[in-house]
Write a protein that binds this ligand. Sequence first.
Ligand SMILES: NC(=O)c1ccc[n+]([C@@H]2O[C@H](COP(=O)([O-])OP(=O)(O)OC[C@H]3O[C@@H](n4cnc5c(N)ncnc54)[C@H](OP(=O)(O)O)[C@@H]3O)[C@@H](O)[C@H]2O)c1
Length: 282
Amino acid sequence: MSRLIQARSSLSRFWTGSSRNVRFLSTESNKTDEPFKVEEAETVNMPPPPTEKLLVLGGNGFVGSHVCKEALDRGLTVASLSRTGRSSIQDSWANNVIWHQGNLFSTDSWKDALKGVTSVISCVGGFGSNSHMYKINGTANINAIRAASEEGVKRFVYISAADFGIANYVLQGYYDGKGAAETELLTRYPYGGIILRPGFIYGTRRVGSMKLPLGVIGSPLEMILQRAKPLSQIPLVGPLFTPPVNVTAVAKVAVRAATDPVFPPGVIDVHGILRYSQQRSV
Ligand SMILES: NC(=O)c1ccc[n+]([C@@H]2O[C@H](COP(=O)([O-])OP(=O)(O)OC[C@H]3O[C@@H](n4cnc5c(N)ncnc54)[C@H](OP(=O)(O)O)[C@@H]3O)[C@@H](O)[C@H]2O)c1
């Protein structure tokens, strides 16, 4: 090490190298009239810059497609997994996503998609009968969390949902499934597991070839309700005042949570999502 420091300070202009292999030239000599002579050369192998590969589960869905785009904008390698693969997305950014086809209920159909992946964001979930909702929000994601942790994936972000108080009884399978997946994530990923709990997410949602501008309702409601946080603490009906959140804000926070090693693990509620999304570094 001391030799390295000497070499660098004595003639830093002879320091040549790249970010991967850096070559230091030591030019120590007490004979000033001698022509320049290299006495020693060392090669220091630096590790390559870290490469982040993100796998988005449900990357062709409403939230998932915004997550893919955000991650590409941040220079990540992005892959998506869903039953239909790329599906109907025509935007040019979609050409830069690696589209895998597979079903989370059959781990063998998609385990290869986890190769080389450093973080996963799951945007898989849905509605239907209580048993279906439990399976798609719970079992499917539990399968994904287990497979990712066995493959050595470092960070896992799960898009869960805000508690809507009385609505939880109507959508019992949905919330029970979300809860089961959250428990599995916190158990398997105590340091790299992040749960986002948005309420209504607005933005432009594709339905076939149509685009639905959900922001027409969501955006003004977000402005009003994010300033009415105390209302959301009223027992039973309070959660109905949960502010909606823009899909791009959810995507930004999800990608940051998946890639920033100091992003705190655990649950981030709607107000947390809004706060993180407004931070400059996001
Ligand atoms: N939208 C909201 O307002 C809102 C609010 C709060 C929370 N969330 C949560 O956010 C997440 C994303 O919601 P979203 O609105 O983006 O849903 P979405 O558009 O319906 O997307 C769901 C995605 O899951 C994929 N998928 C479904 N079953 C699968 C399976 N068995 N294996 C692999 N992939 C499967 C779908 O693709 P394929 O059909 O091709 O498989 C699709 O890409 C969900 O967990 C939802 O509960 C949404």
